[in-house]
Design a protein around this ligand. Structure first.
Ligand SMILES: [Zn+2]
Length: 267
């Protein structure tokens, strides 16, 4: 699910992307998506599953506006093919990988029978593409310094995946045990991905509630005008990134989220 810049992604795979010669184009609210798959009969039904999932994911994705460029969606025949293509090994839970204008997806029939899982994952991955395309160019998107919590938070928020992750209460415990899944996101990503995604999801939700979608749009816009993430965040939200993450940490550790559920005081 993680999105990072990979110059070597096109080479050295067990199944190279060039072997995915079957293709069909799907029109979505975001713009055209080209599904590329192996012409073999073994996963013949998958392109249709993916096309249907894209249709289901459309309403969630339309929140951030259309893509500037069409996205190529590669159906990797096996999990090993996916890991090999992204050159990350030992990520058994990884199902897809997004970049500026392509998504590598492990062929759905190898990991789920539920079309909703596929729609949710595609909403997540394509949010990465939309974010990169709104914030940057095909050349500079990996160099904007966008922190993992913001990248993954925007994707999991948009895909409404919060139910998959730890609760805010569980997250408070993680902080109390000494982990900081926002600040240490990169180092905890492989071994404690649940905490990292949970923190990203809740932090982005907190950002949206407190500063609104307009604030997020301003951050993306600032980057599109040449700023790095941190100054764009300051300009768009009004506080430093570090102040925001400290604010979020206090919100979690002090259980300020509990107050939101309390009934109003009555006389
Ligand atoms: Zn992701």
């Amino acid at each position: 699910m993680r999105a990072l810049y990979l110059t070597l992604v096109m080479t050295g795979c067990a199944t190279p992307l060039t072997a995915l010669t079957a293709h069909r184009q799907v029109t979505t609210p975001l713009g055209p998506i080209i599904i590329r798959s192996a012409p073999s009969a073994s996963h013949a039904g998958d392109p249709a599953i993916v096309a249907k999932a894209l249709e289901a994911a459309g309403p969630k994705l339309s929140r951030w506006g259309p893509l500037d460029q069409a996205v190529d969606l590669y159906l990797m025949p096996t999990h090993a093919d996916l890991e090999s293509a992204v050159r990350r090994y030992g990520y058994d839970w990884l199902r897809a990988w997004a970049q500026y204008d392509d998504v590598l997806l492990q062929t759905p029939s190898t990991w789920t029978t539920d079309e909703r899982d596929v729609a949710e994952l595609l909403a997540h991955e394509l949010t990465h593409c939309v974010m990169y395309q709104k914030a940057a160019t095909a050349r500079d998107w990996p160099k904007k310094g966008i922190p993992l919590w913001f990248r993954e938070g925007m994707a999991t928020f948009t895909a409404e995946q919060g139910y998959r992750w730890l609760t805010l209460e569980d997250l408070a415990h993680a902080y109390e045990l000494g982990d900081d899944p926002i600040v240490q996101a990169e180092e905890l990503y492989q071994s404690k991905s649940g905490a990292v995604y949970a923190a990203a999801h809740h932090a982005f939700t907190f950002l949206m509630r407190r500063y609104g979608a307009e604030g997020v749009e301003r951050v993306l816009y600032g980057m599109s005008k040449g700023m790095q993430f941190d100054p764009a965040f300051k300009a768009g939200i009004g506080i430093e990134t570090s102040q925001f993450t400290a604010e979020f940490r206090r919100y979690v550790v002090w259980r300020a989220f509990r107050g939101a559920r309390r009934p109003a005081v009555t006389r």
